[in-house]
Design a protein around this ligand. Structure first.
Ligand code: ADP
Length: 263
């Protein structure tokens, strides 16, 4: 079911249709239908192992569905041949689709041998074809936004986990994606660093028009910033709705059981 709310209008930016995924004999996603609208902030919650990361990784083309289709901005991520088999997407197509999507993972994946500035310049120069000067200006702007302008010349290892995570956000944001995926970005951090990272995401959510998909175990955070919350369990979307509805009046016992762990 696709839920509309007052924040969304027009065609979805992302459409998952009848998505299934198996790893060997194990079915980890079954018949997922799910849309994200331009500018919409969607929080995805649910027990570990319910398939949230797999769903997000598919959008980054890091994982292929076993069945179904995914569209981003009206473009299929993979085409199927007449036998229903997924075709390998060509490189230019993948670049085009991936260019619309930014992802920040649990682990920061910064290039360890590059300064913070170079980390944020790299894809701008090589993927977007920006000049070094342009890329540098943009990088500095984004580092200011995440409160790390004074760390331009530092290397990742010289930064705290929270700071590295903020650099990873700046690196994704500088590409101006239409949607940003955040996959449990705080779960590898020491507790005292969590709030600084959530604070930056909150600011981004308020200021930026891009859509966001946030996979999180931080319920208060999900309630604060999401237009819509999606609860997943056992490879299925159990229910979804506005935060007040889902957190205050969940419809399914499975959702109630999950939420009771956080109260
Ligand atoms: P979540 O993000 O909700 O914790 P995941 O999408 O990470 O869930 O995982 C869903 C299920 O898929 C889990 O049972 C996990 O062990 C399994 N899984 C994920 N990736 C792989 C893989 N590459 N090979 C085999 N099983 C996998």
């Amino acid at each position: 079911m696709v839920l509309m709310n007052e924040h969304v209008a027009g065609e979805p930016l992302v459409k998952y249709r009848n998505i299934g995924k198996r790893f060997g004999a194990t079915e980890v996603l079954s018949d997922i239908n799910f849309d994200i609208y331009p500018g919409e902030k969607v929080a995805m919650i649910g027990p570990s192992g319910s398939g949230k990361t797999t769903l997000a990784r598919m959008l980054m083309t890091l994982e292929k569905p076993s069945k179904g289709t995914i569209e981003v901005g009206g473009e299929l991520l993979w085409h199927r041949n007449v036998n229903g088999r997924l075709m390998e997407a060509n490189a230019s197509h993948l670049r085009k689709v991936r260019g619309q999507i930014g992802m920040v993972f649990q682990h920061f994946n910064l290039f360890p041998h590059m300064t913070i500035l170079r980390n944020i310049m790299e894809a701008q120069v090589h993927v977007l074809g920006r000049t070094k000067q342009e890329a540098k200006e943009q990088a500095v702007k984004l580092l200011e936004k995440v409160g790390l302008a004074d760390k331009c010349n530092a290397y990742p290892a010289q930064l705290s986990g929270g700071q590295q995570q903020r650099v990873a956000m700046a690196r994704a944001l500088v590409m101006k994606p239409k949607i940003m995926l955040f996959d449990e970005v705080t779960s590898a951090l020491d507790p005292e660093l969590v709030e600084e990272v959530l604070g930056v995401i909150r600011e981004i959510a308020e200021e930026e028009e891009m859509a966001m998909l946030l996979i999180t175990h931080e319920m208060a955070f999900a309630r604060d910033i999401a237009d819509r919350v999606v609860f997943m369990a056992d490879g299925q979307i159990v229910e979804q709705g506005a935060p007040e509805q889902l957190f205050n009046q969940p419809k399914h016992q499975r959702t109630m059981n999950f939420l009771s762990r956080f109260s």
